[in-house]
Design a protein around this ligand. Structure first.
Ligand SMILES: [Cu+2]
Length: 393
């Protein structure tokens, strides 16, 4: 009913506007120029609008650089990152330079050579020399950029196999990540979604000898200055493994293995101590403090303080829980990494434990929690969270 009334009100308003415009038309002086052909006054208004637009456009551009510049990522935390950033910078610098000049010229010319009574344009058919110049310059610049981009791409993508990179699988599913370390042999065991059962969440092939020493974890640890080769697999839909601080991103496609490698160069602790990050964390905590005050006023629990950590994000909108599909990444010294990895259970021991639990059901209640079963729990609770949200809607 309300909608119907609103529609009627809007229709009546439209009719009123139309009637008013009719009255204005009738009250016009008879000597006013009502021709459809633009006169000097029209041309002058249009010319001023063109000039006004380009000034507004430049002002907006400067404002955006000034205001949003602080959202740039800090120096890359990977070996190839600076190459990537330079390519990005060179491309943007060239585009900005050309853009500023051509936009300016386009609008200034529109203003300067606006139509005027008695003014006639020169008939200028063509000029081979000019056409050659404005064709060849973009061709050279674009070809240069593309070739530069291709070289950078192949430099980044072709991991040097002689460096013997550590192989880690990144496993994506709605809506979380798991990592699988290849173990002592640095070879990942075979896996297939058909083998997914119980604690074997990643579908690792139990009959493959290479799989026995694999380690499935929920947090990605990386030793600093060591090359890592990621092999990516998806359980369900298209995901994208995105490491913004390491300038790395690769699609994770169901049914195939994609790969990407990089060498982290800045540890989590070093990044936390950098001026950039200290300032950022301070700002975030300032906002959180303000928010906590509001929460406290409403009798709710205040927010925890934020501390920086690297993370792996999903950068493909893969469903309802996409926004929270992330995994903590810790870059640390090789000793710390080795100590951490040694504590993680192998696939073999996880499977043995689970089969023992099946044999002796009385143990399951108090049985130790392996990271894999922990994963099941968090996955379940995540699903519950989403269901709760759905109900609220
Ligand atoms: Cu995803």
């Amino acid at each position: 009913m309300t909608v119907f009334l609103i529609i009627i009100v809007l229709a009546l308003l439209g009719v009123t506007g139309w009637q008013i415009s009719k009255i204005f038309e009738l009250s016009r002086r008879s000597d006013e120029d009502t021709s459809q052909v633009a006169n000097d006054k029209d041309n002058h208004t249009q010319a001023l609008l063109m000039l006004g637009f380009v000034i507004f456009f430049y002002a907006l551009m400067i404002y955006c650089f000034w205001n949003y510049g602080r959202f740039y990522l800090p120096d890359a935390a990977s070996e190839h990152g600076s190459q990537y950033d330079t390519l990005m910078f060179v491309s943007i610098a060239i585009i900005m330079f050309v853009q500023v000049i051509t936009q300016g010229l386009l609008h200034i010319f529109a203003y300067r050579y606006k139509g005027e009574k008695g003014k006639k344009a020169i008939f200028y058919a063509d000029n081979d020399k000019l056409e050659f110049i404005w064709t060849i310059i973009p061709v050279i610049v674009l070809a240069g950029l593309i070739i530069y981009g291709l070289f950078t791409w192949s430099d980044i993508m072709n991991l040097n196999e002689d460096d013997d990179p550590m192989v880690v699988e990144l496993y994506a599913y709605q809506f979380a990540w798991r990592a699988r370390y290849a173990g002592e042999d640095n070879t990942l065991g075979k896996a297939n979604v058909r083998f997914i059962e119980g604690v074997n969440q990643l579908g690792v092939d139990e009959s493959d000898a290479y799989a026995m020493d694999d380690k499935v974890v929920t947090e990605l640890h990386l030793p600093v200055n060591k090359p890592v080769l990621f092999k990516m697999r998806s359980q369900d839909v298209l995901h994208s493994a995105y490491f913004p601080f390491f300038r790395a991103q690769m699609n994770v496609v169901p049914g195939m293995v994609t790969q990407f490698g990089f060498t982290p160069t800045i540890t989590t602790e070093e990044m936390r101590q950098s001026d950039y990050m200290k300032e950022k964390v301070e700002i975030v905590n300032e906002i959180r403090k303000e928010r906590s005050k509001e929460l406290a006023a409403n009798g709710e629990a205040p927010l925890d303080d934020y501390g920086f950590d690297y993370f792996l994000l999903c950068n493909k909108i893969c469903g309802q829980g996409h926004f929270n599909m992330q995994m903590k990444v810790i870059v640390e010294s090789e000793e710390d990494f080795k100590a951490w990895l040694a504590e993680q259970p192998t696939f073999e021991s996880t499977m043995e434990k689970s089969s023992e639990n099946v044999d002796r059901p009385e143990d399951t209640a108090e049985g130790g929690e392996t990271p894999a079963t922990k994963g099941v729990d968090s996955q379940e609770s995540m699903k519950e969270d989403i269901n709760v949200e759905e109900e609220q809607e």
